[in-house]
Design a protein around this ligand. Structure first.
Ligand SMILES: Nc1ncnc2c1ncn2[C@@H]1O[C@H](COP(=O)(O)OP(=O)(O)O)[C@@H](O)[C@H]1O
Ligand SMILES: [Mg+2]
Length: 359
């Protein structure tokens, strides 16, 4: 049994001096989140070093110095320090808005995700507007363009990607672990990671802080294989969980999915403002279920017209396009098959505009 505790770690880190302040990293309050887990050959230690975002490069030495220092302790098997940046701009509270206010200044995890070039969140205010469907079909459209694509199901309470991607044979069967990382199951060329592989389709019962830890693990303890774009299917809403998630994931931007009716737009607006507020670029708005085409070929705008475009104009972000209602979309997502119907062209256009917005 190793006798390493977080106190032992702290005491050893007191020897590391932050060159700027001249004080040790512990007294300067740079160290947090120390975890000590029992490993086969000793303790596995992890902790967070918080820095100012503008010191991102200048402070890289601290990570190495801290890791090396802790590694010297007898009984330590491995050490991982994560450098996160403290947002130096305090975010002004806007009490009139309905979304969650950060309780403290945001702490950003600026470390890139191994094996991933760009991470894009697919979000909405409301559930049931087709966020997961959009994420899956954009992922398919991007693979069609020759990109390597990953999908992360961050809807931990209601994971739907294993089914939508035709990966139900992996549901409830935790992915293989190689060198400490989970191998994402693949279908239609898309690498996927979801809580559903671990819990099955039953919703996980987790408290807030565990949610963000779980997301962190799904994101960072997966072996993404050379992924150009990782789409994150976010859970609906704009609560604390979202805030902590957007802080953990180094996002290239977010896509907001909405349906055209006013109630959905209101929530989409909140989601959009939340991203803007935390400094994540909104890459654009997708309007889903825009209209239905009847047997005679007439377009029937079931939920009203032009809502997505209006929201984009109002918030001064790109409108990426709309996707009509097609029964075949629902069938494909229920069966996990590759949707090739009439809306495929919409997804293609949206994915092209998305790529243009992210560059
Ligand atoms: N454009 C569309 N046409 C037809 N059905 C759709 C369309 N978009 C989504 N759906 C269906 O609507 C339901 C909700 O979509 P889903 O992607 O699960 O929403 P969310 O992830 O926002 O909760 C699913 O059954 C899905 O197949
Ligand atoms: Mg969903």
């Amino acid at each position: 049994m190793s006798n390493i505790t977080s106190e032992t770690i702290k005491n050893s880190l007191r020897h590391i001096i932050d060159r700027d302040s001249g004080a040790d990293v512990v007294s300067s309050g740079l160290i947090s989140g120390i975890v000590v887990r029992a490993g086969e050959a000793g303790a596995k230690v992890g902790f967070v070093i918080t820095i100012d975002p503008k010191d991102k490069d200048g402070k890289a030495y601290l990570r190495k110095a801290c890791e090396d220092q802790v590694r010297l302790l007898a009984g330590v098997e491995s050490v991982t320090a994560v450098l996160t940046a403290q947002n130096s701009e305090p975010i002004p509270p806007k009490p009139e808005s309905g979304y969650a206010q950060p309780r403290e200044r945001a702490v950003w995890n600026v470390t890139p995700v191994e094996g991933v070039k760009k991470v894009i969140a697919v979000a909405s205010g409301k559930g049931g507007v087709g966020k997961s469907t959009t994420a899956v079909n954009l992922a398919l459209a991007l693979t069609q363009k020759g990109l390597r694509v990953g999908l992360l199901d961050a809807d931990i309470y209601g994971p739907s990607l294993p089914r939508m991607l035709g990966l139900t044979e992996h549901s409830g069967k935790p992915p293989a672990i190689v060198d400490g990382k989970m191998i994402p199951p693949v279908n239609h060329g898309i690498q996927c990671m979801s809580m559903g592989f671990i819990t099955g389709e039953e919703a996980a019962i987790l408290r807030g802080p565990m949610i963000s830890k779980t997301l962190h693990q799904l994101l960072r303890f997966s072996r993404w294989d050379n992924v150009d774009v990782l789409l994150v299917d976010m859970p609906p809403g704009t609560g604390d969980i979202h805030l902590s998630m957007v802080q953990q994931v180094p996002l290239a931007g977010a896509v907001i999915v909405t349906t055209p009716q006013e109630v959905a737009l209101m929530d989409a607006r909140k989601a959009l403002k939340m991203f803007e507020k935390v400094g994540v670029a909104v890459l654009g708005v997708v309007e889903n279920m825009s209209y239905f085409t009847d047997a005679a070929g007439n377009s029937i705008p079931l939920f009203g017209e032009g809502g997505g475009q209006r929201l984009a104009d109002e918030m001064d972000v790109p409108f990426l396009g709309n996707v009509p209602i097609d029964m075949a979309i629902r069938e494909a997502s229920d069966n996990g098959t590759f949707y090739k119907g009439m809306c495929a062209v919409s997804y293609k256009q949206i994915s092209e505009r998305l790529l243009a917005a992210v560059r």
